[in-house]
Design a protein around this ligand. Structure first.
Ligand code: FES
Length: 162
């Protein structure tokens, strides 16, 4: 898949670059934009970011692989990101993760065959005070329990006739 920004998007990146001493400081904005447009960051996406920012592909890959919010392969319409760091783990994160895996018949890191759900196990989502937390796309589900989670999951399934 060819990765390409529009003239308007390139202008926005160029304008952002002027705010920083080093042009590669806008790498996160570039990667966010690629993910927003194409759903994930492929090798072509890494090459494109490397080219427009004039930094090495290895450096771009290092950033993509460091941050869990970047996806390196296609994900489902709903990305269920289960935090399993200490606060969430102590408050039942693994039970919720296993419940999701059983319910959707996939493991963490996999996508359902209909392309609707992807489950990921992620590091702290920065909301430890409301643990356990699961992020679904951009929304946080906090103070979760199994009933609440199944309710949300069933609503999402119903919306797609499953
Ligand atoms: S440990 Fe889960 S949000 Fe911080």
């Amino acid at each position: 898949m060819e990765i390409r920004f529009t003239d308007e998007e390139l202008q926005k990146i160029e304008s952002l670059k002027t705010r920083y001493l080093k042009p590669d400081s806008v790498i996160l904005e570039v990667l966010y934009l690629i993910q927003e447009k194409y759903g994930f960051i492929s090798y072509e996406g890494i090459k494109y970011a490397s080219k427009i920012l004039d930094i090495s592909e290895e450096h771009v890959y290092g950033i993509v692989s460091f941050y869990s919010m970047f996806n390196t392969k296609p994900i489902g319409k709903y990305h269920l990101q289960v935090c399993t760091n200490v606060s969430c783990m102590l408050r039942g994160a693994y039970e919720l993760l296993h419940k999701l895996e059983d319910e959707l018949k996939i493991k963490a890191g996999e996508t359902t065959p209909d392309g609707l759900f992807t489950i990921s196990e992620v590091e702290c989502l920065g909301s430890c005070g409301t643990a356990p937390v699961i992020q679904i796309n951009k929304d946080y589900l906090e103070n979760l329990n199994e009933d609440k989670l199944m309710h949300v999951l069933n609503d999402l399934k119903k919306a797609y006739g499953n």
